[in-house]
Design a protein around this ligand. Sequence first.
Ligand code: BGC
Length: 393
Amino acid sequence: MNCRNRWAWWLGIALPGLSLNCAAIVLLACTLVIEMTAPVARAEVIVTEFGKTAEGTAVTQFTLKNSQGAVVKLLSLGATLAEWHVPCKSGQVDDVVFGFDNVAGYESKDNGYFGCIAGRVANRIANARFTLDGKQYELAKNDGPNTLHGGVKRSLDKVVWKGTPIEREGERGVEFKYASPAGEEGFPGTLSCTVKYTLSDTNAVRIEYEATTDQATPVNLTNHAYFNLSGAGSPTILDHELMLAADHYTPINDVLIPTGEIASVVGTPFDFRQFHRIGERVDELTAKPGKGYDHNFVLNNQTGQLALAARVRDPKSGRVLSVFTTEPGIQLYVGNFLTGAKGKGGKTYAYRSGFCLETQHYPDSINQSNFPSVVLRPGETYRHTCVYQIAVE
Ligand code: BGC
């Protein structure tokens, strides 16, 4: 019986006879005290207002906590992973991902896609154009001659998604939905996207993507979190040690578009089959514009089942990030274009002070017939799972 029903029940029996005796009053009082002090199931997802976009749309923040002292904050703007506070080996809790304290930060030019969902097509489309089923589509150029991360104004990082908390038994998270209308950023078809984040008690953030369309269209979604396992704002990630489950990678040209070759990593600075410090060979990569790792790796697992793709160890904090995915590729980007943006709590995000491991299909797949296809057709469902898990060693 809920509170209102209980009141009605008491009034129903007490008022007709106007025979409220002492016992009834005591009983009523006891019932109310018990109702007010009974433990209320603790809300596991805290929903707060984060501010408004320049256009005036409200942005919601969702806070998830687990039993290990980890806290994750998500934003409806760009379905963004904005904070991840997690203990290190001494028990100290640090926020290990980049972000801003307010919406203006996320809307500023300092935002290098921090923590967002990138799409409709993450990474680059060469010359901002593609042909699908005989029709040519022209997109916006926002990266030299190319399209990067889905376009300029209404790419998936820049729109406000509808977030719904998930508070099921043993599961805490948020489901974000956004329907991108046909023609948005030049892409065909209405694309209905769902991105579900959950936080487990084993410090795993699981991201499940789904999308459907009413017209054939390319889709390649990813999360663009920048990590520094010593805590976001620490000066470098070059001391972090990386392992990638990849025997091959896709070499790129001078505007970071894959040449089409699937090259072996053997004998190159791209060989991370065993752990190597990120900084160990990074300066051997002298090619402009990036000068450093900004490459797609061809994951050994191509089954579409969830498998380990990467591990990163930070000897200083003892934190170890494991990345699992169903996708065929992972983009390793080590913050070569970071220039010292001021982020959360005034922390500085310096050159190479954050790394991204973006699980996805290969860049420019829509123009490269030898790469796994990114075309989604009506009746099909795009599905992608990525798990980021942080442990301590
Ligand atoms: C790309 C980089 C780019 C960065 C931020 C990464 O996914 O590979 O080239 O600078 O995103 O936009």
